[in-house]
Design a protein around this ligand. Structure first.
Ligand SMILES: [Fe+2]
Length: 202
């Protein structure tokens, strides 16, 4: 049984960057529905007991196309949002540390350059989707983007380290059409200590 993470902050803790009503709706309705549907479809497919990473990495093993699509969309919706909500903090570390900090400098030139690349991927995503920082098996870093609820496991892109949701439901209540302002706010509450720990764990 897959479960939503328990938010490691109160719903208004990320104000004014991410407002309480958006967190309540996004986590309490959208994410909740993805999670419930994913659980139902996993049971229907006989995949109970496997991890979300295993299921999303092996979608081709699901023969029925409608069931495969439902598991891709709702499994992504479950997994992507767990990572998204986990990485925020009301008192975020403003920069990565250790191995990740060195790798970002070596790969992108600087932390600001990485943020610019993520911002470009997020603003350039037409319609609904996500921008990601992923790590390859050799721990090299890459910025990628996916449509809908596709994710780095279902698209075989590597291990996700940062999940930046650019569906309108992530920002429209506060930022309306100003996706760029939301992306700036996202970085204000992204906790680089958590991102660094994820990189260390690979
Ligand atoms: Fe979302």
């Amino acid at each position: 049984m897959f479960e939503q993470i328990t938010l490691p902050y109160s719903v208004d803790a990320l104000e004014p960057n991410i407002d309480a009503l958006t967190i309540e709706t996004h986590y309490g309705k959208h994410h909740k529905t993805y999670t419930a549907t994913f659980n139902a479809k996993v049971e229907e497919a006989g995949l109970t007991g496997k991890t979300a990473e295993e299921i999303l990495s092996n979608l081709d093993s699901i023969a029925d196309p409608a069931l495969r699509t439902a598991i891709k969309n709702n499994g992504g919706g479950y997994y992507n949002h767990n990572l998204y909500f986990e990485l925020f903090s009301a008192t975020p570390a403003a920069a990565p540390t250790g191995e990740l900090a060195a790798k970002i400098d070596a790969t992108f030139g600087s932390l600001d350059a990485l943020k610019e690349k993520l911002t470009a991927a997020a603003t350039g995503r037409f319609g609904s989707g996500w921008a990601w920082l992923v790590a390859k098996p050799d721990k090299s870093l890459e910025v990628v983007s996916t449509a809908n609820q596709d994710n780095p496991y279902s698209e075989h892109m590597g291990t996700p380290l940062i999940a930046l949701d650019v569906w309108e439901h992530a920002y429209y209540l506060k930022y309306k059409n100003l996706r760029g302002d939301y992306i700036k706010a996202f970085f204000n509450v992204l906790d680089w200590a958590k991102v660094s720990a994820k990189y260390d764990a690979i």
